[in-house]
Design a protein around this ligand. Structure first.
Ligand code: SF4
Length: 453
């Protein structure tokens, strides 16, 4: 299988990309649903270190540039990186995009000083043309010329030059170091140390992970209706509205791929609440319950606040159950959403997950999710794509969730596929989105049935 445009060229990452990353040893983890001996809590994991077929971390720019409205993502990369970003984001003709690529051509080490000068010049032109930018991310990529550039020093130098008007940060979206959703983790981990510190003993809730604005508004409304007075979101919609952080901060992760960000927040004193992720009715309820428990919300209040949206979501799900119930689903590793999605599909819609592949398995962060996966589900971490394709073909699942590069070849073999990238670009979290989430899986099956009829 070839690696196409924007797909990671890495097989085994020299930086240990396939290895699970350990949790930090900072602030405490508060277990909310520790059920270690049920489901897949202790299940063996098939660990693979072969060729991977995933997007690189630059892809995160596509959803993050929409979220932080005064930020700009300047990819320092090659023409390939520019093509990936532009084709994935669509060509924006009518709007000024909040991302771009400074293309670094081949140079030897002696040309590095010139490279830095060029970068400074590009940044100066950009900031002169776009005075609305308050936060600039220099995003590293994998061409060797870029790896030679020290972007963290460049970011420090440029921050000194442009503060207080503009802060310049850097992170890597390189396909050698990051897969797909890790770009968001790297971005937020670079932003976390800039959060203002708070010594206020009043507990505050921080929801971490990029969510569509509509989802953020819905979840914020529910959390406040539960009586949690201080609810902040990270990343914020504007960089001048960074949430404060301190030892009274309780963190609920809204996305399952934020291990480095969580570690940074722990190091700043925050406590991470472990919970399933807010996908589906059950996941959303348990996620809200984790926040409610940490803030001492009475069960009657919780029930009263969540009952109506829960019932609406259950009704929305029921429309998809006939199509999905009893169907067998196979997940290739891509977005790190695979385990929560498999849990949702099996528990709420009656699907049978055969194999659930994930680029990384962070057991501590996934404890509640693993406990809810049906026992006997094959878990795989990392990838050896040829072997996984063989297993998939042998299993003949009803539905395959995979990256764009695999979907067409598998469809050509008669399989029904769902592009995992859609699950990141579409608002899927929370009660109001539960029906849409189920629809993303039922639609390809319905289409296949219609074609076969
Ligand atoms: S960062 Fe690497 S994998 Fe990603 S588009 Fe650029 S060259 Fe390709």
């Amino acid at each position: 299988m070839m690696n196409g445009l924007g797909l990671s060229p890495a097989t085994n990452s020299p930086l240990g990309g396939n290895a699970p990353r350990a949790a930090g040893s900072g602030g405490a983890i508060v277990p909310i649903h520790p059920v270690p001996n049920e489901g897949c809590g202790d299940a063996p994991v098939l660990s693979e270190k072969g060729q991977r077929e995933v997007f690189c971390g630059l892809t995160g720019i596509i959803w993050m540039h929409r979220k932080i409205q005064d930020a700009f993502f300047l990819v320092v990369g090659s023409r390939t990186c520019a093509h990936l970003i532009q084709s994935a984001a669509g060509v924006m003709i009518f709007a000024e995009p909040r991302f771009g690529t400074a293309i670094i051509d081949e140079r030897d080490l002696a040309g590095l000083a010139d490279c830095n000068d060029q970068l400074d010049k590009v940044v100066s032109q950009l900031l002169a043309r776009r005075p609305d930018i308050r936060l600039l991310f220099l995003v590293g990529s994998c061409p060797s010329e870029v790896i030679k550039l020290d972007l963290s020093r460049a970011a420090e130098r440029l921050t000194r030059q442009y503060l207080p008007a503009v802060r310049v940060l850097n992170y890597s979206g390189s396909g050698i170091e990051t897969t797909f959703t890790q770009g968001e983790d790297a971005c937020l981990a670079s932003l976390a140390p800039t959060l203002p510190r708070s010594t206020d003993p009043q507990p505050r809730l921080l929801v971490v992970g990029t969510l569509a604005d509509v989802v953020e508004d819905q979840l914020g409304q529910l959390l406040r209706a539960l009586g949690i007075a201080q609810v902040d979101f990270f990343p914020p919609r504007r960089s001048d509205r960074l949430p404060v952080i301190g030892t009274s901060t309780r963190v609920l992760l809204a996305q399952p791929f934020l291990a480095d960000t969580a570690r940074q927040l722990q190091a700043l004193g925050a406590h991470i609440l472990t919970a399933p992720f807010p996908l589906g009715v059950e996941g959303t309820t348990a996620w809200l319950q984790a926040g409610a428990t940490a803030f001492g919300v009475a069960p009657a209040v919780f029930d009263a606040v969540t009952r109506a949206p829960r019932q609406r979501a259950e009704l929305a799900l029921s429309h998809h159950r006939d199509t999905l119930h009893g169907r067998r689903v196979f997940f290739f590793p891509d977005s790190q959403l695979e385990i929560p999605l498999a849990r949702f599909l099996s528990r709420e819609l009656g699907m049978h997950p055969i194999e659930v592949g994930t680029p990384y398995l962070h057991r501590q962060q996934m404890a509640a999710e693993l406990a809810w996966l049906p026992a006997g589900t094959r878990l795989s971490e990392g990838q050896d794509v040829e072997r996984q394709i063989d297993r998939c073909i042998a299993e003949q699942p009803d539905l395959v969730v995979c990256g764009l590069g695999l979907a067409n070849p598998l469809e050509a073999r008669g399989m029904t596929t769902k592009w995992s990238i859609e699950l990141v670009f579409t608002p899927i979290q929370g009660y109001e989105q539960a029906g849409d989430l189920a629809g993303l899986f039922s639609r390809p099956l319905t289409r296949r049935m219609k074609l076969a009829a």
